[in-house]
Design a protein around this ligand. Structure first.
Ligand code: GCU
Length: 327
């Protein structure tokens, strides 16, 4: 653990030095962008689209260098690297951001968003704007949201047809209080850990299952170990592209414009990559013998209700939740 931290620190320092040398030796700027997903993932493809379009718009003057697959650490570590100004950008789940900027907690409320249209109508409207801006106070400025579909449970050995079947199952969740609360309220025994540790934890029976969207279930190869995927679709936690405020403030207005336009364009492409990947993945999972379970969602909706009720007690979050419910 200590060795890993030292190693990460060394990488970070050398990256920071490289960044500064790049930016001073020529008038090209390179933004280091770390994230935790594999390169086959549709979110990585969205980031590639942003990289390409930024390169075109700026005529190579502003570039993005991507470090995928958790090469620079977990999502929490990537956000901390942004805060100290060692790297410029990251893409994390909104769950990870909720540890830093509390407004993001609302994205982890089970069954808050009715469907993809309701989700994006909110994310691309006032609510989304408020969330993206809320990180600035914590040096984490939001740039855009990417589609991360709906998260559902998947298990190694036990088919789950109702929340009662989750009883006694150790389910890996993301490392934030809301995700823990969500899984425990539904009756599971929540086990938080980072995404990169999960494959081994499943293999070694540290956990009995996890929860995620289809492309992450597939690209992480968790389907090799888990034979049941349960479409309870408890949350729709989006992915978020973030830039550290130190880097943002160092960009000229023209550079900020290029970056924002490139991000906006990549959002539409990413949504398309997402749809295509889900369709391909579902076909492949069936061929691989993964059993799909489509449970009655009502008992899940009912049992998870206290999660929203607890957040409604927070005067800062209540108006955001009410706005979403009214939309
Ligand atoms: C999704 C999300 C990732 C996150 C992962 C997780 O795949 O896109 O950003 O790391 O879930 O469950 O940790």
């Amino acid at each position: 653990m200590v060795l890993k931290k030292c190693f990460l620190l060394m990488i970070t320092i050398s990256l920071a030095l490289t960044f500064y040398s790049c930016s001073t030796v020529s008038d090209e700027k390179v933004l280091f962008f770390a994230h935790s997903l594999p390169t086959s993932h549709p979110v990585h493809k969205g980031i590639l689209a942003m990289q390409e379009s930024l390169n075109e718009k700026s005529d190579g003057k502003l570039q993005i260098k991507i470090f995928p697959d958790g090469q620079l650490g977990s999502e929490r570590e990537a956000l901390e690297l942004l805060q100290i100004g060692s790297i410029a950008m990251t893409k994390v789940s909104a769950s990870a951001l909720s540890n830093f900027a509390p407004e993001y907690q609302i994205t982890v409320i089970p069954y808050l968003f009715r469907d993809n249209d309701h989700l994006f109508a909110n994310l691309e409207g006032e609510v989304g704007k408020q969330l993206l801006e809320s990180g600035t106070e914590y040096l984490l400025r939001g740039i855009c949201f990417y589609d991360a579909g709906a998260r559902s449970f998947y298990t190694k050995d036990k088919p789950v047809n109702s929340p009662d079947d989750l009883d006694g199952l150790k389910i890996r969740v993301q490392n934030d209080q809301m995700s823990v609360d969500m899984a425990n309220t539904l009756g599971a025994s929540a086990t938080p850990m980072s995404f990169g540790e999960l494959y081994t934890a499943l293999q070694q029976n540290v956990v009995d299952g996890a929860e995620n969207n289809i492309p992450s279930f597939v690209s992480s190869n968790h389907f090799e170990v888990c034979k049941y995927y349960i479409f309870d679709e408890h949350t729709m936690v989006p992915d978020v592209v973030i830039i550290g405020t130190k880097f943002w403030d160092s960009l000229s207005d023209e550079e900020k414009g290029w970056l924002e336009e490139a991000a906006d364009e990549s959002v539409e492409k990413q949504k398309q990559f997402w749809k295509e990947t889900v369709a391909e993945n579902m076909k492949m999972l069936k061929e691989e013998g993964v059993e799909f379970i489509y449970p009655d969602k009502e008992p899940f909706v009912k049992k998870s209700r206290p999660v929203m009720e607890r957040l409604l007690e927070d005067p800062k979050l209540k108006p955001i939740i009410e706005k979403i419910n009214a939309n």
